[in-house]
Design a protein around this ligand. Structure first.
Ligand code: SAM
Length: 224
């Protein structure tokens, strides 16, 4: 049997790293990570001397093949992302698909659960979360209009991710399809400047525009 671990890491506060995650990161032969500089800080904090290999959104097929080779050689490998749970709106998803396609039941892919910005934000939204729709990031160009239309048509709570560069534009476009529906924007979760904004999309935009917009965001729109 081949072993591959999907390890969640903190989304800001290193105290959120699980004991099991630390143990497995110490035990594996290699740790695949998006940005080795980011992951080295985590590894240093927990005295983990793991060998790192970068795997990110621009990684080519040859990198995926190298990873498959290591798995074939019986190496134990863990995948982490810069923050949160790998494969949730990040490059890990493609790698897991490739490994399942290549090895099927010959590989045991084990989750080591922990933080995810999506779930952390939803948990403080106050919006119904028994059923919800997660839409990832709004596309930058192609498909953007369709993204907002689909979002506006959902009858369940919707959650999506946004970067600081686009948040004001996105809130404007969101307002067109959600109008007076309650929205929550969660910024810098678990970090020093964590802030939760509540209101309509335009009210939140006005609040943010008065500030220097920094940090990462998760947005949630209440169910209809
Ligand atoms: N896989 C990750 C997870 O499970 O949280 C998400 C990866 S995605 C590439 C990164 C996005 O997650 C950011 O652009 C932001 O929208 C959101 N995010 C990550 N950390 C966050 C934080 N501390 N506060 C708010 N949003 C965060």
């Amino acid at each position: 049997m081949r072993y591959f671990y999907i390890i969640a890491t903190p989304i800001g506060n290193l105290e959120d790293m699980s004991e099991r995650g630390v143990r497995i990161l110490k035990e594996v032969d290699f740790v695949l990570c998006e940005d080795t500089r980011v992951t080295r800080k985590l590894l240093a904090r927990f005295n983990i001397g793991a060998r790192t290999i970068s795997y990110h959104q621009h990684s080519k097929l040859t990198k995926i093949n190298q990873i498959k080779d290591l798995v074939n050689q019986g190496k134990n490998i863990a995948l982490v992302s810069d923050a949160g749970t790998p494969a949730i709106s990040d490059p890990g998803g493609k790698l897991v698909r490739e490994l399942v396609a290549e090895f099927g039941n010959e590989i045991k892919i084990t989750p080591v659960p922990g933080p995810s910005a999506l779930v952390a934000a939803l948990s403080v939204s106050g919006f119904p979360a028994d059923k919800f729709v997660f839409m990832g990031f709004p596309p930058h160009k192609k498909g953007r209009q369709k993204f907002w239309q689909e979002l506006g048509a959902q009858k369940y709570t919707v959650v999506f991710y946004e970067s600081p560069h686009r948040i004001l534009k996105s809130l404007d476009e969101l307002a067109e399809v959600t109008g007076e529906r309650p929205v929550m924007a969660a910024r810098e979760l678990t970090k020093k400047f964590e802030t939760i904004y509540r209101g309509t999309a335009l009210e939140i935009k006005a609040e943010l525009a008065a500030d220097t917009v920094k940090g990462e965001f998760v947005l949630a729109v209440s169910a209809k």
